[in-house]
Design a protein. Structure first.
Length: 186
């Protein structure tokens, strides 16, 4: 029983951490990163397809992403979708064969905005971990109340739940701090 409670908490913590990493990978840092295009969907024969499934994406250099569609008829659609992706703040350039995405350096103001967003995503992940902690503590109290777990063991379980939670909160803080440094790096 105790093991299941901790396993559920760890699963929730890993999920929150992975979700945070995924969200932070979409935040622009001033360097070319294909992760920032993960949320882009292109209308391909009536269905929304991820950009990486309809085009070849490469990082040509630290400030340039090249997009070469598998089907040349998609050039206009891809360019239109990239222009309308307001969270990117990048203007695509079409050279007839491929689309170039030059990554402009971030202004100080934009860097600060992105660090605030990173902190906000980190806080959301912490809330998710804390909710899982609350559920685990409730489960420990329920086990104690039902007589399935002695009082001492219930207290040990609550302490263990707190240690696991603290570990995940520290990992989340580390991931967010690393991303903030990446964003503020000129």
């Amino acid at each position: 029983m105790e093991k299941q409670v901790i396993e559920q908490l760890e699963l929730a913590g890993e999920t929150a951490l992975e979700s945070l990493r995924s969200a932070l990978s979409r935040i622009r840092t001033g360097r070319a990163n294909l992760g920032m295009l993960d949320s882009i969907r292109v209308d391909y024969y009536g269905s929304k397809s991820p950009l990486n499934q309809v085009a070849s994406l490469t990082v040509a250099d630290p400030r340039l992403i090249t997009i070469k569609p598998f089907d040349r008829s998609l050039m206009g659609e891809i360019e239109k979708v990239l222009r309308n992706a307001s969270d990117l703040g990048i203007t695509p350039q079409n050279d007839g064969e491929k689309i170039l995405l030059p990554i402009p350096p971030l202004t100080e103001e934009r860097r600060r905005e992105f660090t605030k967003i990173a902190k906000q995503k980190g806080e959301e992940a912490k809330i998710s971990v804390r909710n899982a902690r609350r559920d685990a503590n409730d489960e420990a109290k329920k086990l104690e109340k039902d007589g399935d777990l002695p009082e001492d063991d219930a207290k040990k379980l609550v302490d263990q739940v707190q240690k696991v939670t603290d570990g995940f909160v520290k990992q989340i803080d580390d991931v967010v701090t690393k991303k903030e440094k990446e964003i503020m790096e000129v």
